[in-house]
Design a protein around this ligand. Sequence first.
Ligand code: SF4
Ligand code: FES
Length: 313
Amino acid sequence: MAKVTIDDKIIEVPDGTTILNAARMIGGDVVPPAMCYYSKLKGSGGKCRTCLVEVAAGSEKDPRPMPKLVASCSTNVMDGMVVKNKTSEKVMDARKGVVEYLLMNHPLDCPVCDQAGECNLQDLGYEHGLQKTRYEFERRTFEVQDIGDNIKLHMNRCILCYRCVYTADQITEGRVHGVMGRGDHAEISTYITKAIDNDFSGNIIDVCPVGALTDKTFRFKSRVWFTRPMLAHRNCDKCCGKTTVWLSGDDVLRVTGRKDQNGEVEEFICNTCRFDKKSLADWSIEGPSHIDKHSVISQNHYELPSDNIKRLK
Ligand code: SF4
Ligand code: FES
């Protein structure tokens, strides 16, 4: 076990735990934001630099500070390590720079983007972003593309976090999309004319931290904060069948995987549950899903299961 201090909070974690996961065990404000790391995807992390932290003391044995900020998602804790996240001016300053960099090519689409209200980059921008841009060059722009029957790609919004690539690699039978080109030419694309059409492809929408991959069956139907997210399940022979259904009245506007306290999908779901079961009769409703009170979606969202379930019956 290793004892680590993060923003003055002490926790003991198993050896080999990353700083980010140790912070997640503490919870609250000490948790650095993460745009590319996803605990359910092997190899994710190390791409976006939003999770940078300062290591003020390396370990009990060698308490020297680390000379540079480190990516907390890919740096393991050591016994006696002292980490600063919110309490470090250097980190706050660097995070501003990272957000500015991520927004360099990202359009200000929030008023028309389906991800608004549940977008990690929007939250990050509010917390650490500048009120204006200093970028004077022409931004990269791409045509909006259909990738498969149910998924739309807005490459302009992509931050190249690779989460969708790892998802396709690790939970579908054959990945047919990836990051083509490198540097300024890097973009998400399918191989020539191949469309993404395997049974679990819809999960790439859930893991995308921005609005680059959106659900065509839900696009422009409603702002997400006007819907009511409810936990629901059905007997499914392909996946766990446990989902969140997003209701407007009795209409099922969209179906997603359930997310945990870190905003990550608890269990991946199949395309049948996600795209084809859009009637309330398809689902057994368990009750309102938990929405963090800081989220705009929590407006008018009451977590009183009995009341809501009665109303649905
Ligand atoms: S499309 Fe979304 S999930 Fe895929 S790399 Fe871009 S931002 Fe990440
Ligand atoms: S979450 Fe650590 S580098 Fe992206």
